[in-house]
Write a protein that binds this ligand. Sequence first.
Ligand code: GDG
Length: 467
Amino acid sequence: MSRLIVVSNRVPVPKGGQPPAGGLAVALSGAMEERGGVWFGWSGDTARHDEASEVRTLERGKVTYALVDLSQRDLEDYYAGFSNRMLWPLFHYRMDLTDFTRVTLGGYYRVNRLFAKLLAPMVEADDVVWIHDYHLIPLANELRQAGVRCRIGFFLHIPFPPPDILTVLPNHADLVRGLAAYDVIGFQTPLDVENFETYLRREKVGRRMSDGRFVIHGRAVRVEAWPVGIETKAFADIAAKSDDNTLVQRMDESLVGKSLIIGVDRLDYSKGIAERMLAFQSFLTLDTEARGKVTYLQVTPKSRSEVAEYAAMEKEVAELAGRVNGQHADLDWTPIRYVNRTVGRNALAGLYRLARVGLVTPLRDGMNLVAKEFVAAQKPDDPGVLLLSRFAGAAAELDGALITNPYDIDGTAGAISRALEMPLDERLDRWRRMYERIAEHDVAWWCRSFLDALEAAPSNGASAEPQ
Ligand code: GDG
C-alpha cells in the first residue's frame, strides 16, 4: 500500500476535545486515523511574517500532521476572499453573493503555489496524494510544475455547478485547465459529474471517452461520483449509548412530552436556515393543533465570521428566531430553541435520537452529512422522519426521506405536519431503506473506493503539459 498524503485547506489536529463542526474534517478524520499517512495544510494559525516558509510536523497515532501558518494577507485573499467570497457562493448557485477581484484571485494562486513549494520536497515517487476541496483546485498543477510525478487525486466536497453558472467566474478556463493535472477527480453526485461533462463539451476542452474516463485538455482522467459517507455503525452506537449524557437527559426532561424537531448546521447561507425557520413559522400558523406540542431545536455553530455575508446572516437568523418565538410562544412554551454554538458529538447523536423529525433543508449542498447522521442515530424500533431538501447531494441516495423544496415555504410546512403524523410502519419502512444504504456506503467505503481508483490509475505526472 502506498503512503497516503492528504491535503486540505485546514488540518484538524485532534486536541483531545471535539472535532470541529465541518463536513470535510468529520469525514476524513476517522479514515485518516485508521489508514495513517501525512495530512498537510493550513494550521489555523497566522504567520508572523508575510511569507510563510516552513512546515511544522506533529505525530498523532498513525498520522503525521504537516502544518503551515499563513500570513494575514494570504488568509484575507486566498481563504476569506477568493475561496469563500467567490468559489463558495458561486458553486452554491449564489451569483448574487460573489465578489471577484484580481487581488483575491492572485492570493488564491499564491497560496496554492506556496503549498506546492512546501509539499513537493516531502513527496516520494510511490506516494499517493489526495487533495480536497475548492480551496486547492490548482494545487496538482503547481505540484507537477515543482516536479511531483506520483498519482494525485482530487475530491470536491461542494456541488459542481452547471456551466452557465461556472462561466460567471472570469478565470473558469484556467481553473478547469488545472483539473487536468489530476489522475482521478471525485464528485459527490452524478449530477456534479454531468455538470462537469456538459462544461467540457460546451467549452470544447474535453469529453467522456468510450471507456468511461474523461479526456480533459488532452489528458486522460478518471472522473466519477463517490458520495461521501459517515462512520455509520460507530455513530449509531454512540447514539444508542447517549441516554446517560447529561445534556441529552436535560433536553429530554425539558420536552415534557412534546415532539422534538431538530436542525443542525454550520451557520451558512447555503444551509437554508432562515427559510427553514419561516417554514416552521408557517407550520405553526397552518397547523393550529400542533401549537404547544412541538419544540424545534436549531443547533448552529458560528462559521467563517470573518466573511461579511456570514456576520449578516448571523444577525438575520437570530432576529428571525426571536420574531417567531415572539409571535407564537406561550408562558410555558418556546417554539424555537436556537443554540448558536457547538455541542459535543455524543450529545449531538443523542439529540438526533430524541427527535421525531430531522430538518435538513439546504438551498444547495454538496452532500450533507447531518442527514446521514440523523438516520444513523435513530431508534431501530421507533425511528424519526428525515425531511430532506431535494438540493442536498444526500437526496440522490436517501430515497426514504420526505423530499422537500426549501424555496416552497408552505410546502415545507406541510411536510413537517406529515412527518410528525407519519405512522410507525411507514417510518420503519423509510428508515430501514436509508439505514441500509448508509451502512453499506459509509465513510470507509468512500475512502477505499476513491483510493483504489487512484492507485489503479496510470499517473498523468509523466505526460506532457495540458494542451
Ligand atoms: C462540506 C459540504 C459535505 C455541525 N454542528 C455541530 C457539529 N456539526 C457537524 C455535523 C456534520 C458536520 O459538522 C457538517 O457537515 P455537513 O456535511 O452537513 O456540511 P459542511 O460543513 O458544509 O461540509 C457538505 C461535507 O463537506 C463532506 O463532504 O457533505 O455538503 O458543504 O458532521 O455533525 N458537530 C458537533 N457539534 C455541533 O454543534 N459535534
